[in-house]
Design a protein around this ligand. Structure first.
Ligand SMILES: Cc1ncc(COP(=O)(O)O)c(C=O)c1O
Length: 409
């Protein structure tokens, strides 16, 4: 297996570091880091309405970044790709905009899954308070797959939106969104189907046509690019009908003292701010890096091998300490995210003890409190991997987990 670790300077600069928190945010390859520097040193300037070549080059890179994203997700046009600041920002923007555009009115219903990240729950709850929409949860089955019968049973004439994650950031389970799209659109083609690709886009090909969704959103920092850049894609006809919730800069055609006129062109209508231009370059370069290592096939190949290896290791220690796991022992259909709770030990204490041994994992509620509550947990640890992890690190993790559990028990 190729040693991807060498591509990521953080490891050379932190000898002994075992980073197992990539579900929160991934590390960045030198290729991306060098290009951010290159861009800031050679091509940086604000974009749009330029008269000089520096700004032309800057805009060119910004546009290239969107073309690359459009290409990766199978979108018809880069103009359908809107950059926000992260996934949370994207969904807050989407929800408010749908409310303002009167897609959603009092008593309309939004279906989400029980495993959603708060970013796909709270914006809807805000609209519940503001305009009286309803929100209902679709359950998962014993393997943490979306319960499709439950989805079918909850579809009724009040449902206007089905918004579900592609992959849970707690269970790592991949939802069959092609099937979800089919069920939702067969029931009523006017229901908006929104997919949160924040945990799928870093791992495998996400094709908006195959899923048959109306919108997706994800966050660049989880896919080896810089933070403070989110991606929101939607079909042109939908974007045309939606109203922006912010208005200045590029969203405005003209302003008089007591009047203004919207600019309805895409994507300017929704990108009212000076964008995160170096973030856009970092995403372009992260996707070029994925191209260069053998595309998603390579990531999936490494991932599948490490998942099988890790699941076998988990089986032993789970039995030994009666560990509660919030993921399926079936290694198929999942990404490398492993949430767990050791009885009698607080997850934060466990993560702290592992941190002392230079192992980085996350502990807490993972912004998925409704799901944790449904599993009778108030916290878990979460170990997650990426292409820079290897079997030696996994062995070391389990060795230290055993040691730390014995110490804390
Ligand atoms: C499934 C999912 N959706 C959304 C988000 C939010 O991402 P961001 O904090 O970049 O907005 C996360 C982050 O963990 C996530 O895992």
């Amino acid at each position: 297996m190729r040693d991807f670790k060498k591509d990521f300077p953080i490891f050379e600069n932190n000898p002994g570091l075992i980073f197992m928190d990539s579900t929160a945010s991934s590390q960045k390859p030198a290729f991306v880091i060098d290009w951010i520097k290159e861009y800031l040193e050679n091509d940086y300037s604000n974009i749009h309405r330029w008269a000089y070549s520096l700004a032309e080059r800057s805009e060119d890179l910004y546009e290239k970044s969107k073309k690359k994203v459009a290409d990766f997700i199978g979108a018809d046009s880069w103009r359908e790709v809107i950059y926000t600041y992260n996934a949370n920002y994207a969904l807050n923007f989407i929800a408010w905009s749908l409310g303002k555009s009167e897609f959603l009115k009092k008593w309309d219903k939004v279906l989400v899954s029980i495993v959603e990240h708060h970013s796909n729950i709270v914006p809807w709850l805000i609209l519940k308070d503001e305009i009286g929409i309803e929100i209902e949860y679709i359950n998962v089955d014993e393997d943490f797959n979306l319960d499709l019968d439950d989805l079918r049973s909850k579809l009724d004439e009040n449902v206007k939106i089905v918004s579900v994650t592609h992959v849970s950031n707690v269970t790592g389970q991949i939802f069959d969104l092609e099937k979800v799209g089919e069920i939702v659109k067969d029931y009523n083609k006017d229901i908006l189907f929104i997919a949160d690709a924040s945990q799928s886009f870093p791992h495998f090909k996400v094709d908006v046509k195959k899923i048959n969704c109306d919108m997706i959103f994800f966050t660049a920092h989880k896919v080896m690019a810089d933070s403070w850049l989110g991606v929101w894609w939607a079909k042109t006809e939908l974007l045309d009908k939606m109203k922006p919730i912010f208005s200045w800069g590029w969203a405005i055609s003209w302003v008089k003292k007591f009047e203004y006129k919207d600019n309805n062109s895409l994507p300017e209508k929704f990108e009212v701010w000076t964008p995160n231009m170096s973030g856009a370059v970092s995403l372009l370069k992260a996707l070029e890096y994925i191209d260069s290592i053998g595309w998603y096939e390579k990531i999936e190949e490494v991932e599948n091998e490490l998942i099988e290896y890790t699941v076998e290791k988990w089986k032993n220690i789970k039995e030994k300490y009666d560990i509660k796991i919030l993921w399926s022992l079936n290694p198929k259909n999942r990404v490398w995210v492993f949430s767990f709770l050791v009885p009698g030990i607080h997850s934060i204490d466990l993560a702290d003890a592992l941190a002392e041994e230079d192992i980085c994992i996350r502990a807490g509620q993972h912004c998925a409190e409704p799901f944790l509550q449904s599993e009778n947990c108030s916290h878990t640890c979460r170990m997650s991997l990426y292409i820079y992890n290897d079997k030696n690190e996994i062995d070391r993790f389990f060795e230290l987990l055993d040691k730390v559990i014995n110490k804390l028990k």
